[in-house]
Design a protein around this ligand. Structure first.
Ligand SMILES: NC(=O)c1ccc[n+]([C@@H]2O[C@H](COP(=O)([O-])OP(=O)(O)OC[C@H]3O[C@@H](n4cnc5c(N)ncnc54)[C@H](OP(=O)(O)O)[C@@H]3O)[C@@H](O)[C@H]2O)c1
Ligand SMILES: CC(C)CCC[C@@H](C)[C@H]1CC[C@H]2C3=C(CC[C@]12C)[C@@]1(C)CC[C@H](O)C(C)(C)[C@@H]1CC3
Length: 617
């Protein structure tokens, strides 16, 4: 059946441009959609894509042009073009594109080297079954550009993201079965990447983190118990491990209705600040559906208002040392709320649409799934539960608790002002939180927000773990003073500032790059393109180690524990926990990135050899 007024007919063999490149392959036209004006074409390896008319050329005209051009080519070049597909291993199309990407670290490569690289690329470019039919225009394009840029691949993959991305619908029709139609959007390449991170319908999570199903049982029991242990042990006169286990208070001492009311009030107050139409509405990274969720990033406003309200309440006679004296009850109350929230999250994740689910948290085991969380961005209307919990009540609560501990220290030790150690701990951690809230948008490109489902682990982590264990140094100092000499104080301050500098600069660099890869301010950075359309930074902070932000964070953590001295292990708990957390996160991230970026990631790892500590780890 002929399609009316359509340039290319169903069944016709034409040359279709491979998305994100200037390479053309033989494709067969399957259909034309007059609404979207897109042709659905099938490549020889079975990949189905939707292309615009300008990305299709008739085979005859193309071959004629191609022949006349190839006559003038050097024998060496001809040799490279006539290689058989058998010479390259068969992989999926995107994987092959990853190999291309990996081969092309964008750099100021001299033109002769660049030519070799392009030549190599032609031998491996996707889809592989098409390698006999490769009619590339890459060299031509390069000539056209007259050496204006050495970032050859970036030109195609990133420097013109809107141009490239708007032109293709990268939905692989073959494998998306019941998935929703996705229309071409500027973020299409990112969308495709996001799709990869989401499990297909009815796919069970097979790769289980955190020790799998048994591990989930363990963590569910261990984490709350550990919080209680810390709170009770650190408050002992001698908190050394020789006094383990600490005497348990009677059961009724754990529950306190007033403490529960305070916690509810605090969370409600933060929720109210969060929904106020004040501050920027930031866009998250594209979801599987192509949608970009909006987030009210007014965290800095929230902490300022909270500080003012607390100051007024103090002025009105509020005794904040209540937080110190009822620390255990407040923690238990918050734990109950976090558990209720997790139950709600688990139940709603069972009814959430497929495209809103994370890769993990669907093992079929209730306990594991409850622990890990399955829904990516659970929202009640515009209220994003994960974002809110991660950035507000716990984080701002952390500063409030630290401040209360400083007041409790003064009360307990009859001081007119908090000790230097307490001041350092308070200021350092306040800086960390304020910085996080000031740069709140950056959280939208982190692992938790982009990949992890929201379940018990994060709900408990955000609401209980952060405010009740990250405050351990301040809590410890209330009863265990540690005077600091001036040189020690200076050294600790310098350490904190160095750590903060590395942490902030590296996080900002990645965030800026992810938000706008063609930002002229970042043009000095070298990148590795990947098959997903996203690139990986391979110079700047991310070229020194694979997780510079973790290094900065660890140095800061060291500076938080040092003011507590070396008399006891417990104020060092955060440092020890953090090393374990970040090493584990790094390995989780490594596997996730390898899955997403394939050989481009391997190339990155070969180029940037160390993970967190240069030349060591
Ligand atoms: N205080 C705490 O308790 C605590 C706990 C955990 C983390 N943190 C801090 O939170 C911040 C965020 O940590 P995170 O664990 O979410 O990890 P992250 O380092 O912010 O994010 C990892 C992601 O960055 C992207 N990426 C990796 N290498 C890249 C490269 N070379 N070029 C461009 N993008 C690259 C990848 O995502 P895409 O490619 O998909 O964009 C990767 O999945 C860190 O500063 C960390 O120190 C603090
Ligand atoms: C053992 C489990 C209970 C572990 C739970 C982990 C969470 C507590 C962390 C995971 C990601 C962390 C994180 C911050 C706080 C702690 C986590 C939620 C963060 C909000 C702290 C402020 C920083 O500026 C930050 C925004 C970069 C950071 C983001 C990640």
């Amino acid at each position: 059946m002929k399609m009316p007024a359509v340039k290319y007919q169903k069944g016709e063999k034409v040359m279709g441009r491979w998305p994100g490149s200037n390479l053309y392959y033989e494709v067969k036209v399957l259909s034309f959609d007059s609404m979207s004006q897109l042709y659905t074409v099938i490549y020889k390896d079975g990949t189905e894509l939707e292309l615009k008319e300008q990305d299709i050329k008739s085979a005859a005209g193309f071959q004629a042009r191609s022949r006349s051009r190839s006559r003038s080519r050097s024998p060496g070049r001809r040799r490279s073009r006539s290689r058989s597909p058998a010479r390259t291993t068969r992989r999926s199309s995107s994987r092959t594109a990853a190999a291309v990407a990996a081969a092309a670290i964008t750099d100021s490569v001299p033109s002769s080297r660049r030519e070799t690289r392009l030549k190599d690329t032609l031998e491996t470019t996707a889809p592989e079954n098409n390698s006999n039919n490769k009619h590339e225009t890459l060299e031509e394009k390069q000539k056209e550009e007259n050496n204006t840029t050495t970032k050859v691949y970036e030109t195609y993959l990133e420097a013109e993201p809107e141009k490239n991305q708007a032109r293709y619908n990268l939905r692989r029709r073959k494998d998306d079965g019941a998935a929703k139609e996705v229309t071409a959007k500027p973020e299409q390449l990112e969308v495709e990447e996001a799709k990869k991170a989401v499990a297909p319908i009815a796919t069970l999570t097979t790769q289980l983190d955190f020790g799998g199903k048994l591990g989930a049982y363990f963590w569910l029991l261990f984490l709350p118990a550990w919080v209680l242990f810390l709170i009770i042990q650190v408050n002992l006169e001698d908190p050394s491990l020789a006094n383990f286990p600490p005497p348990l208070p009677p059961l009724e001492a754990f529950l306190d209705a007033q403490a529960l009311a305070f916690v509810i009030l605090w969370i409600a107050f933060q929720a109210m600040l969060y929904i106020l139409p004040v501050g920027k509405l930031s866009e998250g990274m594209p979801l599987m559906s192509g949608e970009r969720l909006k987030y009210r990033t007014n965290g800095f406003f929230a902490i300022v208002v909270s500080a003012v309200v607390v100051a007024v309440a103090l002025h009105q006679g509020l005794d904040l040392t209540y937080i110190h004296s009822h620390f255990l009850q407040l923690a238990v109350a918050t734990f109950l709320i976090a558990t209720l929230l997790s139950v709600y999250l688990y139940v709603r994740s069972r009814y959430a649409p497929q495209e809103q689910l994370a890769l993990g948290g669907n093992s079929g085991n209730v306990v594991y799934d409850f622990f890990k969380g399955h829904e990516l961005n659970p929202r009640i209307k515009d209220f994003d539960l994960k974002f809110f919990c991660e950035m507000r009540p716990g984080l701002i609560g952390w500063c409030l608790i630290n401040f209360a501990m400083a007041l409790a220290e003064m009360k307990q030790q009859n001081l007119e002002a908090p000790s230097n150690s307490m001041i350092l701990v308070n200021l350092f951690q306040l800086l960390y939180v304020v910085d996080g809230l000031w740069n709140e948008e950056a959280i939208l490109t982190t692992m938790d927000l982009m990949h992890d489902g929201f379940g018990f682990m994060l709900a408990f982590g955000d609401l209980v773990w952060v405010p009740f264990t990250y405050t351990m140094q301040a809590y410890y100092l209330v009863r265990h003073p540690n005077p600091l000499s001036f040189p020690a104080l200076t050294a600790i301050v310098i350490l904190k500032l160095v750590g903060f500098y590395i942490f902030r600069k590296s996080n900002s660099e990645k965030n800026a790059f992810r938000r706008n890869p063609s930002d002229p301010k970042l043009s000095y950075l070298k990148t590795i393109p990947t098959a997903t359309g996203k690139s990986l930074l391979v110079s700047g902070w991310w070229g020194v180690i694979r997780h510079p932000n973790y290094l900065g964070d660890l140095l800061m953590a060291l500076a938080w524990s040092l003011p507590c001295g070396f008399s006891h292990l417990l104020p060092w708990y955060y440092m020890i926990y953090f090393i374990i957390l970040l090493v584990h996160r790094d390995s989780r991230d490594m596997s996730e990135c390898r899955r997403k970026y394939g050989s481009a990631w391997d190339e990155y790892c070969r180029t940037v050899r160390y993970r967190i500590i240069p030349c060591v780890y």
